[in-house]
Design a protein around this ligand. Structure first.
Ligand code: NAP
Length: 515
C-alpha cells in the first residue's frame, strides 16, 4: 500500500540556481519586514490593537507583528469553525483529499519564500529549513494517501445483513503547535484535522506566527473552506486555557513542552457546561534523549552521531540527544572525539541567513534558561568544550560538552532544549539501559554497539518511542520512522501514519436488516 509513496527530496544548495532563488526570497522577506499579520476567522482578516512581535533570533530585528486574539475573538473563531463543521464534515473525502493535494502543490510553488521566512523566524539554516519543508510535504502526501484508505471504511465479516463501518470526523480541533517546526509540525497538525473532515482553530507559537500565517493562507488558497481554517495567534497564557476549555472544542492537538501538555490534558478532562463529549487530547511533549555507547562501538561514528544529534539546530529538536551514556573503557576517547566535532560546529556559528552550521536559540527566555543550565553544568561536571554565550546581537550559545556528570545530576535528567550535552560514565551496558530509562520522558534514544546481545537487550528494554541503532537520534523521516514518544514525552501519536488520523475520527458501525 505504501509502494506509491515517495519522500520529498531536499534542495541542493550547492547549485547556483537554488542559491540564487533563495537569495531572491530573502530580498522579498526584507521587503515584507514590519508587516502586520491579521487573524483569519471564517475568511475574514481581522486586525486587533494588541500585537505579538516576531523577532529574528539571529539579529533581534523585528520581522513583523501578528495580531493578538482576545478570548472574545477566540470564541468567535470556535463558533465559526463549529458552524463550518456542519457542511465540511459531510464533504466527500475525495474533495478533502483534493484540497490537501492542492496544498502540497502550493507549498512546492512557494518553497523558497517559505524556506526564507523559516530561516528568519526560527533561526534554522538553509538545509534545516528546506528539510522541514520536505517533512511538511511528506505529512500532506501521507495523510492524503491514508485518507483514501480510511474512506473505504473498516472491513467486516460478511453477514446476511447490510453492514458497513465508516470513519466520520469529530468536530472542532484546537491546534497548538510549538515554535521549532513552524511549517511541518503546525502544518501536519492542521492538515491531518482538515483532511479527516474536521475544522480547526490554529493558535501558532508566539515565536513563529509569520510562517504559520503564510501556511494558513495557503490552506485557504488550496480550497479548504474559510470557516474550517481559522488562524488565531495569541499568547498561551491569555487564550490557551480558554480554547482548551471551550465547550465546542472537540479535540486538542498539542505539541510542545511537558508543562503545557500536562496542563492542557488536565483542563481538557473537565467537562464544561453544555459540553456533549469527552475531549480528545493528542499531546506530543519534551524529551531527555540518551545515546548509549558501548565498548564495541565505532567511536568516531558514535561521536559524530552524538554531536550532530546534540548540536544541530542548537539542540532545539525534541529528538535531540542531551545525554551520552558511555562505557568507562571508551569514555575518554569518545569525549575527545565529541569535542572535535563540537569545535568544527562552533567554528561555523552564525545566522541561518548566512547558512551557518549552528545558529541562535529562539528567544531571550530560552537563552536565559539554557545559559542557566550552562552555569549548573559548571557545578555538576567539567565543561570540556564551549560554555560561552552572548546575547549582544542574537541569542548565541556555544555547543557545550560536559563530562564527569553524575547520572542523577539535573543536567542529566531535565530537558534543557539547547546545545548542552552531559556525558555520563557507565560501568556496564545494563546500567546504561537503567539510566537511559530513569527520566520521566521516553521520546528518542540511540545505541552505538557492535554486540548483538546488547542490541537485543536494548530493543527489549530501552523504552522510547523512537529507538535507533548505530545512527543519530534525530532526523526521523515520515513513514520511515513514525514519530511519537512514551511516558511524559507524549501520547505516542506517531505522526505521518494512518493511525494518527484516527485520533480525529469516530468509527460508525451501520447495520440494516434486509429480511
Ligand atoms: P511550549 O512552551 O509548550 O509551547 C507550545 C505551544 O503551547 C505554543 O503555541 C504556546 O503558545 C502554547 N501554550 C502555552 N501555554 C498554553 C496554555 N496554557 N494553553 C494552551 N497552549 C499554550 O513549547 P515550545 O517552547 O513552543 O516548544 C518546545 C517544546 O516542545 C520542547 O519541550 C520540545 O521537546 C517540545 N517538542 C516536542 C515535539 C514532539 O514531537 N514530541 C516536537 C517539537 C517540540 P505561546 O507560544 O504563545 O506561549
Amino acid at each position: 500500500m505504501l509502494n506509491g509513496f515517495k519522500n520529498a527530496v531536499e534542495l541542493d544548495f550547492s547549485l547556483e540556481e537554488n542559491r540564487k532563488k533563495l537569495e531572491e526570497a530573502f530580498a522579498q522577506v526584507d521587503a515584507e519586514k514590519g508587516r502586520i499579520y491579521p487573524l483569519m476567522i471564517g475568511g475574514e482578516k481581522i486586525e486587533t490593537e494588541k500585537k505579538i512581535v516576531s523577532i529574528s533570533p539571529a539579529t533581534k530585528e523585528v520581522l513583523g507583528y501578528a495580531c493578538s486574539c482576545s478570548q472574545e475573538l477566540a470564541d468567535q473563531a470556535i463558533r465559526t469553525a463549529h458552524e463550518a463543521f456542519a457542511s465540511w464534515s459531510l464533504t466527500p473525502a475525495e474533495e478533502r483529499i483534493r484540497c490537501l493535494r492542492r496544498l502540497t502543490c502550493l507549498i512546492e510553488e512557494n518553497r523558497f519564500i517559505l524556506d526564507a521566512w523559516n530561516v528568519e523566524e526560527s533561526g534554522k539554516n538553509w538545509g534545516e529549513a528546506d528539510g522541514e519543508l520536505c517533512e511538511a510535504l511528506d505529512f500532506f502526501n501521507s495523510y492524503a494517501m491514508h485518507m483514501e484508505e480510511l474512506d473505504k471504511g473498516l472491513e467486516l465479516v460478511p453477514t446476511d445483513e447490510f453492514t458497513k463501518c465508516i470513519y466520520i470526523p469529530i468536530g472542532v480541533g484546537a491546534i497548538v503547535p510549538p515554535w521549532n517546526f513552524p511549517l511541518s509540525i503546525c502544518g501536519g497538525m492542521v492538515a491531518s484535522a482538515l483532511v479527516t473532515g474536521n475544522c480547526v482553530i490554529c493558535k501558532p507559537s508566539s515565536d513563529t506566527p509569520i510562517v504559520a500565517y503564510k501556511f494558513m493562507e495557503l490552506c485557504l488558497k488550496a480550497g479548504f473552506p474559510a470557516g474550517a481554517v481559522n488562524y488565531i495567534p495569541g499568547s498561551g497564557s491569555e487564550i490557551g486555557d480558554y480554547i482548551v476549555e471551550h465547550p465546542l472544542t472537540r479535540f486538542i492537538n498539542f505539541t510542545g513542552s511537558k508543562t503545557v501538555g500536562c496542563r492542557i490534558n488536565e483542563r481538557a478532562a473537565k467537562v464544561a457546561e453544555g459540553q456533549k463529549w469527552l475531549k480528545r487530547v493528542v499531546a506530543e511533549m519534551g524529551g531527555k534523549n540518551a545515546i548509549i555507547v558501548d565498548s564495541t562501538a565505532d567511536i568516531k561514528k558514535a561521536a559524530q552521531g552524538i554531536a550532530s544529534s546534540a548540536f544541530t539546530f542548537q539542540g532545539q529538536k525534541c529528538s535531540a540527544c542531551s545525554r551520552a551514556l558511555v562505557m568507562s573503557d571508551v569514555y575518554d576517547e569518545l569525549v575527545e572525539e565529541v569535542v572535535a566535532c563540537a569545535r568544527t560546529l562552533k567554528e561555523d556559528q552564525g545566522s541561518g541567513r548566512r547558512n551557518a552550521a549552528m545558529g541562535p536559540v529562539i528567544n531571550q527566555a530560552a537563552y536565559d534558561s539554557i545559559t542557566g543550565y550552562v552555569e549548573v553544568a559548571r557545578k555538576e561536571g567539567n565543561i570540556v568544550y564551549g560554555g560561552n554565550y552572548s546575547d549582544a546581537e542574537g541569542f548565541y550559545i556555544e555547543p557545550t560538552v560536559v563530562r564527569d556528570v553524575d547520572k542523577d545530576a539535573r543536567i542529566a535528567n531535565e530537558e534543557i532544549f539547547g546545545p548542552v550535552l552531559a556525558i555520563v560514565k557507565v560501568e556496564s551496558f545494563d546500567k546504561a539501559l537503567e539510566i537511559a530509562n530513569q527520566t520521566e520522558y521516553g521520546l528518542t534514544g540511540s545505541v552505538y554497539s557492535e554486540t548483538r546481545e546488547n542490541i537485543r537487550k536494548a530493543k527489549l528494554n530501552f523504552h522510547v518511542g523512537n529507538l535507533y541503532f548505530n545512527r543519530k537520534s534525530t532526523a526521523a523521516v515520515v513513514l520511515q520512522h513514525p514519530f511519537g514518544g512514551f511516558n511524559m514525552s507524549g501520547t505516542d501519536a506517531k505522526t505521518g501514519t494512518k493511525d494518527y488520523l484516527t485520533n480525529f475520527l469516530n468509527l460508525k458501525s451501520i447495520t440494516e436488516d434486509l429480511k
